[in-house]
Structures are given as C-alpha cells and as structure tokens.
Design a protein around this ligand. Structure first.
Ligand SMILES: C[C@@](CO)(OP(=O)(O)O)[C@H](O)COP(=O)(O)OP(=O)(O)OC[C@H]1O[C@@H](n2ccc(N)nc2=O)[C@H](O)[C@@H]1O
Ligand SMILES: Nc1ncnc2c1ncn2[C@@H]1O[C@H](COP(=O)(O)OP(=O)(O)O)[C@@H](O)[C@H]1O
Length: 285
C-alpha cells in the first residue's frame, strides 16, 4: 500500500499566549498542498522496520513515521508488524510539516492494512500525541486549527492556485521559534476572521490580502534572507508571499502556472537552493 503524505502551508498563523503546559495557544488557517512524500507500507509479522531514501534523515525509532507505527501497535496491542519505506520530497525542518504528514499517513495506512477499524476521531487523538500538526495532516484540505494546533474545524476549500515554495539553506527548530516569540514584536497581527471570510466567499484575492504569520517576527530578524526571498517573490509577480509555519520556507501564490514557473526560475537563478512548484489540494480521504 502506498500513500501520499501532503505538505501544508499556514495561510494565517496567530499565537495567542503561552500555556501552563509549555505549548502556545494558536489560531491557524492551514492548507494542504500537492508537494508530498510517499509512504509505502508492507505487512510483515510482529516487527516494525523503516527505510528512507535520504541519508540525512534517521531511519530509526526517532523518526515520526516509526513512532506513529509503534504508537498504533501499542495502542491496539496488535501482533502485526510493518515495513515502512519513506520517500522524502518535502524538505526537512522547513515549516511544511513533512514529518507530521508522514506520521499521519502511517496512522491512516496502518488502520487499513492492519484492519483496526479505528475512527478518524480516535486516530486524531493518537496523532496529537505525536505532534501538534499531525491531526491536521490526517484530515488535510483547508482547516482552522486552534488549541496547540490539534483542535480542527473544516473550512471551505481555498480557491485553486499554484504555490511556489522557496527554502533557504537554513534549519529553524520549531521549539526555538516558539521559545523566542514575544507578542509585542508582531508587526501585522493575523486576522483569522478576515481569512475565514475570504475562504467563505471563495476569494483568492482576499486570501492573498490576508496572508499573515506571527512567527515571522521571530524567524525573519534571525534570518533576513527570508525577507529577501519574500520581496523577490513579490517583485517576480507573486500575488502575495509569506513564511510558512516556523519557517524558513517562503511560499508565494500565483493563479497561473507559467507565472509560477517564471517566479521559481528567477529564485533558482538568485541561488535559492530548494525551489518547488505545488498547487493547493482539497480534502483527500
Ligand atoms: C509552527 C507550526 C505551524 O503549523 O508548524 P511547523 O513550522 O513546525 O511546520 C506548528 O505549530 C508546529 O507544530 P509541530 O511541528 O507539530 O510541533 P510539536 O512537535 O507539537 O512541538 C514542537 C515544539 O514547538 C513548541 N510548540 C509547538 C506547538 C505549539 N502550539 N506551541 C508550542 O510552543 C513546543 O516547544 C514544542 O515542544
Ligand atoms: N519522517 C520525518 N520527516 C521529516 N522530519 C522528521 C521525520 N521524523 C522525524 N523528523 C524530525 O523532525 C524535525 C522537523 O521535521 P519536519 O516535520 O520536516 O519540519 P517542520 O516541523 O518544520 O514542518 C526534523 O528536524 C527531523 O529531525
């Protein structure tokens, strides 16, 4: 069984306050995009093994794909095992939830392969134990995420568009970004209500107008090359551009594939090491 694990972007990301459990209360509008890893699951007796197509990602018990399988096995007390082959295309530690997408794909896939019959709601509770973004990756499409990211409400699909992704050669740990966050440093406070209204009225221009991410106030001052990529995307014709999640990937929106290709080509010629063109994905079962 082979499953696609889709990356996400955050159209709007507001950080409300730090909670007693150390996490931050957030309000985010999240969108699945077509850039994906593939997760191949092969049933085997008893044990869980993992292999990965890139040497930079450990294929051991720390991998979120492995942890998802181990959690499901422990929760259901099944005797069954699995070999997981992960083909990574989503860049690592990029703000695109690549690891979370893999974990969600393993939970969904093994629920079928091991014939466990867990509901999506039950899988979602397990997903939240693996990471705040994993429940969204189970559902994908377009969602409002609150709590620490695990409380989800489906929203109308984002109008179709192309999404140019550009990742500078830096890694930004999510925990560090939240740890440095100070509400007083946020210049443009994300307007979650306005973004929701743009989706309800199916207005891509409205979505573009209201893109905002409170975490830019941490990651951009530490890595000004992110701002340069945003400015370049706009100069090359993107409707709007924003850092995704905790960064450092920047995404730019375009209605037209030729223009997205042009923007991507320009960024590559400027020396941005990882540039992809994706498109919005509506809910996939
Ligand atoms: C910022 C976002 C936006 O979608 O995505 P990424 O940039 O990671 O893709 C998410 O909130 C990231 O979710 P995820 O990457 O699953 O985070 P987790 O593994 O749950 O947490 C990693 C660390 O980030 C901090 N954290 C995470 C989520 C949250 N709401 N508040 C936090 O303070 C905590 O310090 C936690 O230990
Ligand atoms: N299957 C996986 N894919 C990617 N990263 C993983 C995976 N399993 C564990 N990780 C770890 O999680 C960290 C964050 O990964 P990722 O989900 O790609 O980024 P982000 O949270 O910024 O969207 C990585 O630095 C990596 O060490």
């Amino acid at each position: 069984m082979t499953i696609k694990a889709y990356a996400k972007i955050n159209l709007a990301l507001d950080v409300l306050y730090k909670r007693p459990d150390g996490y931050h209360e957030v309000a985010m509008i999240m969108q699945a995009i077509s850039l994906n890893d593939t997760v191949a699951l092969t049933s085997q007796p008893a044990t869980i093994n993992l292999s990965v197509n890139i040497p930079s990602l450990a294929a051991d018990t720390s991998n979120l794909a492995y942890r998802a399988a181990a959690l499901l096995k422990e929760y259901t007390q099944t005797e069954q095992g699995v070999h997981i082959y992960l083909e990574k295309r989503i860049p690592l530690a990029a703000g695109l939830a690549g690891g979370s997408a893999d974990a969600a794909a393993v939970l969904k896939g093994l629920n079928q392969l091991w014939e466990l019959n867990l509901s999506l709601d039950e899988l979602s509770k397990l997903a939240a134990r693996l990471g705040s973004d994993v429940p969204f990756c189970l559902y994908n499409g377009t969602m409002l995420a609150t709590g620490r990211g695990e409380v989800l409400e489906p929203l109308p699909p984002m109008p179709h568009c192309y999404v140019v992704l550009a990742k500078p050669a830096i890694e930004v740990p999510t925990a560090w970004v939240y740890g440095q966050f100070r509400a007083s440093e946020v210049c443009v406070r994300p307007d979650i209500t306005a973004m929701r209204e743009a989706l309800v009225s199916s207005s891509l221009a409205g979505v573009a107008r209201h893109l905002a991410n409170a975490l830019e106030s941490v990651t951009i001052p530490a890595h000004p090359e992110i701002l340069k990529i945003k400015e370049d995307m706009l100069a090359y014709g993107a409707m709007a551009a924003l850092m995704s999640g905790s960064g450092p990937t920047v995404f730019g929106l375009s209605e037209c594939l030729e223009q997205a290709e042009q923007i991507a080509g320009q960024l590559r010629s400027q020396g941005v090491p990882e540039v992809f063109i994706a498109e919005t994905v509506s809910k996939v079962e």
